[in-house]
Design a binder for this molecule. Structure first.
Ligand SMILES: Nc1ncnc2c1ncn2[C@@H]1O[C@H](COP(=O)(O)OP(=O)(O)O)[C@@H](O)[C@H]1O
Ligand SMILES: [Mg+2]
Length: 224
């Protein structure tokens, strides 16, 4: 389904309280194989856009189209299906399970998605190798560095091959070298698999490597 467009937001408005509009008439689309960067000052509504795009929050008005399907009026069952099968979030702070090893953290979402343990282990080992983490597979989360944790979190977010990645300042707490590495890992994953990504970043050096850069200003989007 969906043709070439993974995500489309059309005339999106959001107010949390009556009379206080956070975002107004937001229109954006993310094509397959495309990386779109979203910038804007703190509190401008970037996370709000990602939450609406990921069907975790409802717009006050407007349409969210994912993989060609208007999801605005879709049932909760369909939204859950899309969240599980089509998209994935990456956050600024990793939410890894401390009591599990690196390998187990990457295995878990695959078991939830219904893969067999054998397949999940095989996929996890492959992705950890790609991320340069093969020697850390049996380490506990407390035993690895911040940059390594963020790479594990990203490996976990993409191991089920989501078509649309929604990344909310995924490199925000990393040093410049790790930021660039993590960003490039995400981009190569998107490009190699013809997937797509909407990524919030404050880092202009990273944003300019995206296919398209949008800035959220005065509740609206401006193309840079
Ligand atoms: N659940 C909520 N209830 C009320 N106001 C909210 C809620 N979530 C976000 N906001 C407000 O919406 C604005 C945009 O927030 P957010 O999207 O988190 O901005 P950003 O990610 O760009 O920093 C802020 O003023 C914030 O206080
Ligand atoms: Mg935010």
């Amino acid at each position: 389904m969906g043709g070439n467009v993974a995500l489309e937001l059309t005339s999106i408005n959001k107010s949390f309280k009556k009379g206080s509009t956070v975002i107004q008439d937001i229109n954006l689309s993310v094509a397959r194989g495309q990386v779109v960067a979203l910038t804007g000052s703190s509190g401008s509504g970037k996370t709000t856009i990602l939450q609406i795009a990921g069907l975790l929050d409802q717009p006050t008005s407007g349409v969210v189209t994912i993989d060609g399907v208007n999801c605005t009026q879709a049932s909760n069952k369909y939204k859950t299906h899309i969240r599980r099968s089509f998209l994935s979030f990456v956050y600024q702070f990793h939410y890894l399970l401390q009591e599990l090893s690196v390998l187990e953290n990457v295995i878990l979402p695959q078991l939830i998605a219904g893969k067999s343990k054998t397949e999940a282990v095989r996929n996890s080992q492959a992705i950890l190798e790609k991320f340069g983490l093969e020697n850390k597979a049996s380490s506990m989360i407390s035993e690895i560095s911040g940059g390594e944790r963020q790479r594990v979190a990203i490996a976990r977010s993409i191991v089920n091959s989501p078509k649309l990645l929604l990344a909310d300042e995924p490199t925000g707490n990393l040093d410049p070298t790790n930021s660039l590495n993590v960003f490039l890992l995400l981009c190569s994953y998107v490009k190699e698999n013809n997937n797509s990504m909407l990524i919030v970043t404050h880092n202009h050096l990273l944003a300019e490597k995206a296919d398209c850069v949008l800035q959220l200003k005065n509740q609206s989007l401006v193309k840079l």
